[in-house]
Design a protein around this ligand. Structure first.
Ligand code: GDP
Length: 511
């Protein structure tokens, strides 16, 4: 490879930081996001993230759901610079109904910031999201938020993290004061005090820090880079997003040791970010982001090489060429054409449905990235169309929304109307209101006899024979792959037992 290009790629990837924030609702993710973007100069006024979102959201009924329920359904990416690094902050939806979407977003990050409410400790959703990160060995940085309020004892919090999550904790900062007297942080590595006003040497809060740290040094491990990279140890920061305390500690740490873009698994080998050949993985599709422009954005994580605007990449699933005319970066306020991007970057690629979740784009080699899954749906419903004249439109709309990952779509092999599958019922509401708002199609849902779905693999002839005998329980998914639908877990178990030459999967790797 050309030395100049190699040097440039290495220089650029070493300053990429791609991360997500995971937390239980109300722990302070939105507030922290705003403060981070403000520290990065991406927004002038803290409060803009939500304010801006809200203005846009009022434009469509779909967003109305989000507003009414006070949750964020949309995954987005925000790019900003801080401390000489390019940060890509991927937003994960807060509601658990969207765990599949969240999972896919977490396949595209190199590290996660886990926000914990200092009074509440580890909560249910934090735990779930943490488990997803652990499955992928994603390094975790912990931010204990709301230290300006009554909080649990710091040692008790650290203890809870290590025992509940089986994750070693290494405090990177220590709080100076608590609750109403919380004044700032002490940086254990640089031994610097970060408070807005300087404190006298004999301030009791500093005395407390000294005492606590003696204990901490004896009881807790030092920061260990390798253990952090492998996801076994988390550096812990204390702060208050609301009072803007501890936010720059966190960003400085990400600059200092935040993981650089990791290698990404493909079917054959791992692709390292410093490879010259451009590769990218589509992990998210979002249609109609701008209701006025009916656009359809595929979000791609660049995995290697230097991507440049106008370049042609191979779309591995179809074998066709795909020209990157208008790749874009997203900022808190707006978007901009991406002239070039490197491993770790996330770019939006406008397209008309060619790109799907899990797709690989590659400059030359036939590669398929793995690790972007579909989970077997837990709720299966038949779609009932209110106006029969709109059947064709509905079919098209369902395909588009399924490609986006809003629901999974199953076409029964016996020719009955389509079945949609979801992991949580909120997805059905989203489907219904988006069909109405974006496609003017009114639908309802009817129950089906089915409660479980499994993808089938095995020899072609055996699958065909199985389909022929179970036609009324068979459907094809969006990619045309066969899915067996069962009415109960008993039926599913029995079918699996009686068909040992086939394999039944509750997770489908896509791409
Ligand atoms: P999210 O649901 O995780 O996005 O949480 P938000 O950022 O919306 O915060 C939930 C509530 O906690 C809001 O009322 C915030 O103002 C409040 N909050 C967030 N961070 C802090 C903090 O550091 N201290 C205090 N006292 N309140 C906070």
């Amino acid at each position: 490879m050309s030395e100049a290009l190699s040097a440039e790629i290495n220089r650029e990837i070493s300053r990429r930081r791609t991360f997500a924030i995971i937390s239980h609702p109300d722990a302070g993710k939105t507030t922290l996001t705003e403060r981070i973007l403000r520290a990065g100069g991406a927004i002038q006024l803290a409060g803009n993230v939500r304010a801006k979102g809200e203005r846009r959201r009022t434009k469509s009924d779909w967003m109305g759901i989000e507003r009414d329920r006070g949750i964020s359904v949309v995954t987005s990416v925000m790019t900003f610079e801080y401390g000489g690094c390019v940060f890509n902050l991927l937003d994960t939806p807060g509601h658990e109904d969207f765990s599949e979407d969240t999972y896919r977003t977490l396949t595209a990050v190199d590290c996660a910031v886990m926000v914990i409410d200092a009074a509440k400790g580890i909560e249910a959703r934090t735990l779930k999201l943490f488990e997803i990160c652990r499955l992928r060995d994603i390094p975790i940085i912990t931010f204990i938020n709301k230290m300006d309020r009554e909080a649990q004892d710091c040692f008790a919090l650290l203890d809870e993290i290590s025992s509940t999550l089986a994750l070693e904790t290494s405090p990177a900062t220590w709080p100076v004061g608590r609750a109403a007297t919380f004044a700032g942080t002490y940086d254990i590595r640089t031994r610097q005090i970060h408070t807005k006003e300087p404190l006298p040497e004999n301030d009791p809060r500093l005395e407390q820090v000294r005492e606590d740290l003696e204990l901490a040094e004896a009881a807790l491990p030092e920061f260990d880079r390798e253990a952090f990279d492998a996801g076994y140890l988390t550096p812990v920061f204390f702060g208050s997003a609301m009072k803007e305390i501890g936010v720059t500690d966190l960003l400085d740490a990400l600059v200092a040791y935040g993981p650089v873009p990791r290698a990404q698994p493909t079917e054959g080998r791992e692709v390292k970010a410093d490879e010259e050949q451009v590769t990218a993985l589509i992990f998210k599709i979002q249609a109609n982001m701008d209701p006025n422009h009916r656009d359809r954005m595929a979000f791609a994580r660049v995995c290697s090489g230097r991507l440049t605007r106008g370049m042609r990449l191979k779309h591995v699933r179809t074998g066709k060429q795909f020209a990157l005319h208008t790749p874009q970066f997203f900022f808190a306020r707006d978007r901009q054409l991406a002239e070039e991007a490197f491993g770790g970057d996330v770019v939006g690629i406008p397209n008309h449905g060619t790109l799907r979740i899990g797709d690989t784009l590659s400059e030359s080699e036939e590669l398929r990235f793995t690790g972007v899954p579909h989970f077997a749906p837990e709720i299966l419903r038949r779609v009932r169309l209110d106006d029969a004249m709109k059947a064709k439109k509905l079919r098209q709309a369902l395909v588009e929304l399924a490609e986006e990952g809003v629901v999974q779509l199953f076409k029964p092999q016996d020719g009955l109307p389509p079945i949609v599958g979801v992991v949580g019922t909120l997805q059905l509401d989203v489907l219904q209101s988006r069909l109405k708002a974006e496609y003017s199609v009114s639908i309802g849902f009817e129950s089906t006899p089915f409660t479980l779905a499994r993808w089938i693999s095995g020899e072609r002839a055996k699958i065909d024979a199985f389909c022929a005998t179970n036609r009324s329980s068979m459907a094809d998914d969006l990619d045309g792959d066969p899915v067996f639908l069962a009415s109960s877990s008993f039926m599913m178990r029995r079918t699996i037992e009686m068909n040992q030459d086939l394999t039944f999967h509750d997770i489908k790797q896509i791409g």
